[in-house]
Ligand binder design. Structure first.
Ligand code: DC
Length: 224
């Protein structure tokens, strides 16, 4: 490889993008970057500082005061917001409920995309999100578009949150995923769409090992 290598993974909420991205990064010794964590951290900042996600003037000002940093440890996402580790906090349901409103904002997206592009400039990375193969790295060497049956996605997310002792119902998760799918695919700014050349991966009936094996087989020849 003479140039740094970018693997872009896009797809719906809770269909296992980060699981695959982490496994690939670990296997290939690449850096893993969870772009959704950045939108979540901005959402947390806006909530704490009572910034209305439709107030463009306030948002532009607020973005100047937001410093996000990733620390990679064991291929898990550790993100800090102005020096405070917020990785656990941003996974909570109250953030999931608000993040779509924040991630549709044009100024927020422009600021995040700029940072993401910088992170992928000189390192081999796996980045997951909604617009990575289409807007952030349109020249990525590998693009993957992930999908899975909505009920299976909701069940996986439910199991994850229950394991963390969050007080949520299955119906709440189904509603939240449907809402985020709708927002992600219909928003004006960089909606979730499949890049034409992306590999489609439907993992409804695949185990984590099976999906990793499937993708590695396809991309190994490109890594030479
Ligand atoms: O992947 P996630 O569920 O943690 O992402 C949180 C939200 O951020 C999701 O509802 C859509 C948005 N997002 C985005 O708009 N663009 C990205 N590249 C990543 C996430």
């Amino acid at each position: 490889m003479d140039k740094n290598f970018v693997i872009a993974i896009d797809g719906y909420s809770s269909c296992g993008k980060s699981t695959l991205a982490k496994a690939l990064a670990k296997h290939l010794h690449f850096v893993y970057i969870d772009s959704g964590a950045m939108y979540r951290a901005v959402t947390l900042y806006f909530l704490r500082n009572k910034i209305d996600p439709s107030d463009n003037q306030k948002i532009t000002e607020a973005l100047q005061h937001i410093q996000l940093n990733f620390h990679s440890r064991d291929y898990q996402t550790h993100i800090s917001l102005n020096g405070e580790e917020v990785s656990e906090e941003i996974r909570q349901m109250y953030i999931s409920e608000r993040v779509s409103d924040v991630s549709t904002n044009r100024a927020v997206r422009a600021a995040m995309v700029k940072q993401q592009q910088l992170m992928g400039k000189s390192k081999n990375i796996v980045m997951d999100g909604r617009d990575i193969g289409t807007a952030v790295f349109p020249d990525a060497q590998v693009k993957i578009f992930m999908t899975a049956d909505p009920n299976v996605r909701a069940q996986r997310r439910y199991n994850e949150l229950i394991a963390k002792k969050e007080d949520v119902s299955f119906e709440e998760i189904v509603d939240n995923l449907a809402h985020r799918d709708y927002q992600d695919t219909t928003r004006k700014e960089s909606p979730l769409t499949r890049a034409e050349e992306a590999i489609i991966l439907d993992n409804t009936e695949l185990t984590e090992r099976e999906q990793l094996k499937f993708i590695l087989q396809l991309i190994k020849p490109l890594l030479k």
